[in-house]
Ligand binder design. Structure first.
Ligand code: HMH
Length: 222
């Protein structure tokens, strides 16, 4: 296996599950305008909880970077940019929730969300190496980028009041940021041991499965 662009190799190998995560029926329903608004509100409230846990995870990735990265690719700057974006995102969730009448303080995390947050916590362990953690991080961001960008393509029927949500993750700047993360991951993987590569691939698959479950949960309504 050539190690220059491990990510693209993996995305080809695992394209069915990757499509499961990035072309989920929930995303397709936003894209064609048939989305159930109660599903959207469920997603909004649950994702707010997820993002709060995600901030801690990103902080742990930053710590791993400071210990393990030679930083030739400016990993620190990219990660700090991601943290800044999350600060913005949390404020956005609050505004959006009040627009949709979703009471964030009342949200109880559902099973898929709890499972996903527990997975993030497992990656925060100091036993987990930077290469594995940053691979998961890239995958988490890339799924949202790919999913929401799909809703903004020409000829789609995304409802106008959901356009801003899609823009949040589907905009070009976020795409650039995901590309920078991908380059960091590919650079790490090119130098990683077989064992580290294996672990990173498993982390990618775990993320994709959790993302599918998260979308499934949102479709559940409630
Ligand atoms: C579940 N995955 C989930 N929520 C998010 N906000 C992202 C990825 C991207 O930040």
């Amino acid at each position: 296996v050539q190690k220059i662009n491990m990510i693209d190799t993996w995305l080809k190998k695992h394209r069915l599950i990757y499509f499961g995560a990035t072309r989920h029926p929930f995303i397709l329903s936003i894209r064609d305008g048939t989305v159930n608004l109660s599903s959207f509100k469920t997603w909004l409230g649950q994702d707010y909880i997820f993002v709060r846990a995600f901030v801690s995870f990103v902080a742990s990735v930053l710590i791993k970077a400071s210990k393990e990265s030679d930083d030739s690719g400016g990993d620190m700057e990219v990660l700090l940019g991601g943290m800044a974006a999350l600060n913005d995102e949390i404020q956005w969730f609050k505004i959006e929730a009040s627009k949709w009448g979703v009471q964030l303080s009342d949200i109880v995390p559902q099973k898929a969300n709890k499972d996903y947050c527990r997975f993030l916590e497992s990656l925060m362990s100091s036993e987990v190496k930077y290469t594995m953690a940053i691979t998961a991080f890239w995958a988490i961001e890339a799924v949202y980028q790919q999913s929401f960008a799909h809703c903004l393509e020409d000829g789609t029927n995304t409802p106008s009041d959901l356009q801003a949500t899609c823009q949040r993750w589907g905009n070009d700047g976020f795409g650039q940021y995901c590309h920078s993360l991908k380059q960091i991951v590919n650079r790490r993987l090119a130098k990683a041991s077989d064992d580290e590569i294996k672990k990173a691939e498993v982390a990618l698959l775990d993320v994709l499965e959790h993302e599918v479950e998260f979308w499934n949960m949102s479709c559940g309504g409630a």
